[in-house]
Design a protein around this ligand. Sequence first.
Ligand SMILES: C[S@@+](CC[C@H](N)C(=O)[O-])C[C@H]1O[C@@H](n2cnc3c(N)ncnc32)[C@H](O)[C@@H]1O
Length: 216
Amino acid sequence: MGYTPRSKQQLIKDFITFPIRAVHIFEDDKWGLTSLASERFDYVKHEVQGYCLDVGCGRYNRFINKYLEGHGIGIDVFKYEGLTEENLVEDIKKFPFPNETFDTVTFIANINHIPPSMRDNELSEAYRCLKYGGNVLVTIANPVAGIAVHKVVRFHDIVFGTNYDMDHARGMAEGEEYYLKDKEIVSRLAKAGFINIRRKYFWTQWFLNHMFIGYK
Ligand SMILES: C[S@@+](CC[C@H](N)C(=O)[O-])C[C@H]1O[C@@H](n2cnc3c(N)ncnc32)[C@H](O)[C@@H]1O
């Protein structure tokens, strides 16, 4: 199914039911409510300026395929189900694209999973692959919420036999973390060359998740 923007009523319903969604609705929408994954994709989609690179795209390359209707490329270091050879970039030190290919580069729930020694490098690669005027979008949960949601998802998988914890499926590499401080993200974005960096909160997640938007 394609992407349908959330109505005002849906946004209000999602806001009120956030605690239920945070403990039970992670990837697929349920009971007329939006999952946490759909919701972060929804917020990010609104800031995408055109042809998009999604770094750390995860299973089924969902953001590009569903939310951008294929208008972009998703890459990941792990071959999750639903990914092709095109999506898999095992040596991610250099993104396999020419300079100035994309209008937007996204890091969705992903920057904390990039080991610290590689963060500057991948942000620089994002900068290189962006056109001038293009934007970078980096989502990150509040530290406490990031850890709590991860633990809830893991608990849910164990108790209900589900398979939502993508990080467990892959095995966390050394240096991956469950959250990053805003200060670190802003300073790394600036170091990579991004300007006019601002923060946008996800209000329907009670401001416990947000994204940074920067420009080349
Ligand atoms: C929590 S998942 C998020 C997946 C997807 N973006 C989403 O929002 O559902 C984190 C992703 O980061 C990817 N990842 C791990 N190490 C990475 C690296 N060095 N560079 C880019 N992505 C990486 C993982 O394979 C995984 O797909």
